[in-house]
Design a protein around this ligand. Sequence first.
Ligand code: NAD
Ligand code: MG
Ligand code: MG
Ligand code: MG
Ligand code: MG
Length: 340
Amino acid sequence: MAEITYDDDADLSIIQGKKVAIIGYGSQGHAHALNLKDSGVDVVVGLRPGSGSWEKAEKAGLEVKDVPEAVAEGDVVMILVPDQVQRFVYKDQIEPNLKPDAALFFAHGFNIRYGYITPGEGHDVCMVAPKGPGHKVRESFVQGIGTPDVVAVEQDASGQAWPLTLSYAKGIGGTRAGVITTTFTEETETDLFGEQAVLCGGVSHLIQAGFETLTEAGYQPEIAYFEVCHELKQIVDLINEGGITKQRWSCSDTAEYGDYVSGPRVIGPQVKEEMKGVLADIQDGSFARRFIADQDNGALEFKALRSEEEQHPIEKTGQALRKHFGWTQGDDDYTDGSAA
Ligand code: NAD
Ligand code: MG
Ligand code: MG
Ligand code: MG
Ligand code: MG
């Protein structure tokens, strides 16, 4: 059984006694900074001069400095810039300004697991990785619920890295929901696999394939959108509440029988074989190398894939429908930052 820590076993006063530098103010950065501040922690946000987020963070009542200055003040430095730029920001702006005993925190193990960042021996190296998008980490904190985290310590220089990690997790609301002990390796490999095979890659392409199958067969795209995309949220909510069993209980017997006989035809043994291949590429580092090589090449492949996928017909159909029905007014306006 996994080791799970809740509020009672984490001491908030530890992180309240530290200055925490949050580097980056994107999806995770804004949530960590604001949640910690609301938990009575002394926070400074580190940003690039001229960054669009500077004003946003100040308006939210946060102290903002450029990255080197914020790092120099931090007893705890949480790195929340995109994974592909962390090693540059670390080398140029973080490492030279770190206090000798500062603790380095990450919300994903990518750069440590694949060796892109190697912190000096004097630093605690810790992870508090929320299992949810940053905007949900903030929203759930405000609601008093919290988002679960996975936590890890790669390097315990102070001998106090674990209580510090749990204290940080409490500060962002994670221990309200429970935080699971892991390692940088397990978190990195399972996080990448989950998002590629199931949560992002798997689900997106399952929806697209379903939409294509129906519209190519002559059905109306709007109807197809409802059947293979819109209803997914309700289905996932049921799974989230009570597992796949609750979802099957709530659906009709017709749907449930179809699940048993047709589901395995769609997600057949070949899908699992491909999943094993995806996992192997994550474990041997080839996915990481491919991602970083493309990023270092101006993200040419990444940007081409993004614009190609944005042209998928379901995106247009969905945009028009969401506007028309108005159940998510304004939610198509996500251009100010990134989500997942
Ligand atoms: P993001 O893309 O939303 O935000 C990145 C921030 O860094 C922005 O404020 C951007 O302006 C800033 N930035 C970019 N380049 C910079 C530079 N060179 N110098 C200074 N600042 C720079 O990032 P994110 O999605 O919040 O991801 C941050 C970390 O959190 C990553 O390690 C990611 O894997 C992890 N994580 C993210 C999520 C999520 O929900 N997005 C969930 C769990 C873990
Ligand atoms: Mg991830
Ligand atoms: Mg139906
Ligand atoms: Mg049923
Ligand atoms: Mg993103």
